[in-house]
Design a protein around this ligand. Structure first.
Ligand SMILES: CCC(=O)Oc1c(C)cccc1C(=O)O
Ligand SMILES: [Ca+2]
Ligand SMILES: [Zn+2]
Length: 310
C-alpha cells in the first residue's frame, strides 16, 4: 500500500503557499496529487484536450512545483469541504464520487469547464486569463456545475441555462466569500480591480440586473452567461440587502442565502425551470427553512420583485 494521508506543500498560481492532501509510495517517494480521503485527483493534460485526464501529477517529494495543479487540487478540497460541512453533501454526486481535475488543458485555453465527467482548466493566454485554477470562485463554480448536473440538472440554454450559470456563480461567491466578484484573481493579470462578473453590480460587466433587460437571442446558448446576472442580482440582494428599482430588500446574509439556493437546487428546481419557477423555488425553500412569515421569505419576495420576476 502507500502512505495515504500525507500533507503536501506548494505554491499556487498567485505564488501563495498552500498545503493539501497527497498520497506517497511507501518508500515516501514519489508523491501524487491524490487526496485518498476526499477522492480528489489532479492531472496534467500537457496542453492536450483529447487524451484526458492526462498524467496524475507527481513529485519526488511532498513539495509540488506545479502551481496550476496545486490550486486545482487545494480549491477542489475546499469546495468539497464546504458542501460536506454545510450541506452534508458527499462530493458532487452525494455518493462520494471521485473528483478528477485536469490542468494545462489545451493551448492557452481561456476557459474552465465541467465536461460531464471531470473539471478542466486552461492556462489562459496570459492576457485575458492566467491559469484558471488559480481562483477559488472559479473552481467552486465548475464543481457546482457538477452538483447541478446531479440534482436539478438545469438544461444549459435559455432561462434554465442562465439559472445553471447563476447557481454556479452564487456558490462560487459564497465559497470564495471575500467579495461578490467572480474570477477577479485570474482575470486580466496585467490589470487589477476588474473581474469576470459581479453579483453586486452585474451591469458593471455588461450583464442585465432586471428581467426586462434580458438577452433574447441564440448566442452563448441563449445568453446563459449574460442573463445569469439577473438572478445573481437577486441572490446578492437577498444576502446583502439594498434598494433596486425602488424596491428595498433587507439582507439576511450569505450563509442563509446560499442555504436557500442549495435547497431550491436539490429539492425544487427541475431541468427546464425558468425565472418564475426560480422565484417560487426560492420562496418555498426559505419557507421550509425559516418559516412562512420570516424575514428571510420577505427578503426573497422583495429581491425577485426588484428584478422584475413577480
Ligand atoms: C467563473 C468561472 C467561469 O465562468 O468559467 C467559464 C469560463 C472562464 C469561460 C467559459 C465558461 C465558463 C463556465 O464555467 O461557465
Ligand atoms: Ca471572488
Ligand atoms: Zn459556468
Amino acid at each position: 500500500n502507500a502512505l495515504q494521508h500525507v500533507t503536501g506543500h506548494g505554491k499556487g498560481v498567485l505564488g501563495d503557499d498552500k498545503n493539501f492532501d497527497v498520497r506517497c509510495e511507501t518508500s515516501g517517494s514519489p508523491c501524487y496529487l491524490d487526496d485518498v480521503n476526499r477522492k480528489i485527483q489532479t492531472y496534467d493534460a500537457e496542453k492536450q484536450d483529447q487524451n484526458l485526464p492526462g498524467k496524475l501529477i507527481k513529485s519526488s517529494s511532498t513539495t509540488f512545483n506545479e502551481p496550476a495543479g496545486v490550486d486545482a487540487h487545494t480549491y477542489a478540497e475546499k469546495t468539497f469541504d464546504f458542501y460536506k460541512k454545510k450541506f452534508g453533501r458527499n462530493s458532487f454526486d452525494d455518493k462520494g464520487g471521485k473528483l478528477i481535475s485536469s490542468v494545462h488543458v489545451g493551448d492557452k485555453w481561456n476557459n474552465a469547464a465541467w465536461d460531464g465527467k471531470q473539471m478542466l482548466y486552461g492556462d489562459g493566454d496570459g492576457k485575458v486569463f492566467t491559469m484558471l485554477s488559480g481562483s477559488l470562485d472559479v473552481v467552486a463554480h465548475e464543481l457546482t456545475h457538477a452538483v447541478t448536473e446531479n440534482t436539478a440538472n438545469l438544461q444549459y440554454w435559455g432561462e434554465s441555462g442562465a439559472l445553471n450559470e447563476s447557481i454556479s456563480d452564487i456558490m462560487g461567491a459564497t465559497i470564495d466569500s471575500k467579495n461578490w466578484l467572480l474570477g477577479e484573481d485570474i482575470y486580466t493579470p496585467d490589470k487589477s480591480g476588474d473581474a469576470l462578473r459581479s453579483l453586486a453590480d452585474p451591469p458593471k460587466y455588461k450583464q442585465p440586473d432586471h428581467y426586462k433587460d434580458r438577452y433574447i437571442g441564440f448566442q452563448d446558448n441563449g445568453g446563459v452567461h449574460t442573463n445569469s446576472g439577473i438572478n445573481n442580482k437577486a441572490a446578492y440582494l437577498i444576502a446583502a440587502g439594498g434598494t433596486h428599482h425602488q424596491v428595498k430588500v433587507q439582507g439576511i446574509g450569505r450563509d442563509k442565502m446560499s442555504a436557500i439556493y442549495y435547497r431550491a437546487l436539490t429539492l425544487y428546481l427541475t431541468p427546464n425551470a425558468d425565472f418564475a419557477e426560480m422565484r417560487k423555488a426560492a420562496i418555498e425553500s426559505a419557507t421550509d427553512l425559516y418559516g412562512a412569515n420570516s424575514a428571510e421569505v420577505t427578503a426573497v419576495k422583495k429581491a425577485y420583485d426588484s428584478i422584475g420576476v413577480n
